[in-house]
Design a protein around this ligand. Structure first.
Ligand SMILES: Cc1ncc(COP(=O)(O)O)c(C=O)c1O
Length: 388
């Protein structure tokens, strides 16, 4: 906290403790830095956490998404339905395969794509559906899978910021072809950089696991003659290191406490914000869903909307960290606008979040008193704007 700021509330802060540090040091004291037992153990622990399915660790969520679409073989001439409201990575993975992203707006209250909107975007060229579980709120996967199955289309779930999110007890990522997770520093848990691919299908995970490691056909332990292997396909190196695997395992032990704190923080902050006129909170109260509260996204309504950036800067000057999830509907980013153009108002719900929304922290580095402070700071900021 600088001497002038009233609060010390960063948007995100990895929760690294002595157990994490010891686990990483142990790897460095040994000789196995990759291809070892820690990544395998992390994958096994992950499956245990989900209660079913299969998992393979990767170098990032973006790598996982890329592997997923490569595995599905989408390419030039194919269309893939993607969310307008997501991180660029969700769409980059499709675009890097040469396929055409077809953007679909999110629903206003949850920030997620609906099954109906997806259905309306399907054409004879559609070869897949990429969805994102926005800020920990599950998409309605039973309804989306019905649309996908009726059309014979695979679904890739981007679960980057939905670690632990479930529908009726089934973890997100286990509904579609595969699910992809992120362990970037400010995510629910971290391995510095890192990702996981999950699926309910063992063969899919085994195939992608090989593709993630150059498509070498046998692991060290499977090689009869050391150094002799074959390469069955043109694959990638998207592996996770043993240090990251070890860190993932100790981080995962903290997940129940992390999710408990996030939920408690979210509830207090939401209650505080709903007392302030002109603020709408993105949430979904579907009783089937377990939301894992990556952050709280509030959208400013009416005249306040145009003052969003002033509000962000005022909060920053008080020591309250914020972010925007996400700053543009992906098609409005230069990388996509230059190919596909952009008409203002094309994705109104995504635009509302990008242009009038603010992401507030609820992570385990903060407590419920901090949440009350955030609501107070926002109330004071808004009052100050009206006075001015
Ligand atoms: C929805 C979504 N997908 C993918 C990513 C990329 O994750 P990674 O940094 O692990 O590649 C992010 C990062 O924030 C994200 O929010």
């Amino acid at each position: 906290m600088s001497s002038e700021t009233k609060y010390d509330i960063p948007f995100g802060r990895p929760w690294i403790d002595d157990d994490d540090r010891a686990a990483v040091m142990k790897v460095l004291q040994g000789h196995i830095l990759t291809h070892g037992p820690e990544c395998k153990g992390f994958e096994d622990d992950w499956v245990e956490m989900m209660g079913s399915g299969y998992a393979v660790s990767t170098s990032s969520c973006m790598a996982s998404l890329h592997l997923a679409w490569l595995d599905l073989g989408v390419g030039p001439g194919d269309e893939v339905i993607v969310p307008a409201m997501t991180h660029a990575a969700t769409v980059h993975a499709v675009a890097l395969c040469g396929a055409t992203p077809v953007f679909v707006d999110c629903e206003k209250d949850s920030g997620n794509m609906t099954a109906d909107a997806i259905k309306a975007a399907i054409t004879p060229k559609t070869k897949g559906i990429g969805i994102v579980h926005y800020i920990g709120i599950p998409c309605d996967m039973p309804a989306i899978m019905k649309v996908a199955n009726d059309a014979g289309l695979p679904v890739v779930e981007d679960c980057a910021i939905a670690v632990g999110s479930m529908i009726d007890g089934t973890h997100v990522g286990l509904f579609g072809h595969v699910g992809c997770y992120s362990f970037y520093p400010v995510k629910h848990i971290t391995t510095c950089e890192g990702g996981m691919i999950v699926s309910k299908d063992e063969e899919t995970v085994a195939r992608i696991g090989k593709f993630r490691a150059f498509s070498v056909d046998r692991t060290f332990s499977e090689r009869k003659v050391p150094g002799i292997y074959d390469v069955a396909d043109v694959g990638m190196n998207y592996r996770m290191s043993e240090m990251q695997g070890a860190l993932g395992r100790t981080q995962l032990k903290k997940l129940p406490e992390i999710l408990k704190r996030r939920k408690a923080n979210f509830e207090v902050l939401k209650a505080g914000l709903l007392e302030i006129p002109g603020i709408r909170v993105i949430d979904d109260a579907d009783p089937r869903y377990t939301n894992t509260h990556y952050c709280l996204v509030a959208v400013f309504e009416g005249d306040l909307g145009a003052k969003r950036d002033d509000i962000i800067l005022a909060l920053q000057s008080m020591g309250v960290g914020t972010s925007v999830y996400y700053p543009h509907p992906v098609r409005r980013l230069t990388a996509y606008k230059k190919h596909y153009g952009y008409d203002d108002g094309a994705y109104p719900n995504a635009e509302a979040i990008s242009d009038r929304g603010i992401a507030l922290p609820v992570g385990p580095h903060l407590n419920t008193d901090d949440m009350s402070d955030i609501a107070d700071a926002l109330r004071a900021t808004i009052a100050g704007l009206s006075d001015g």
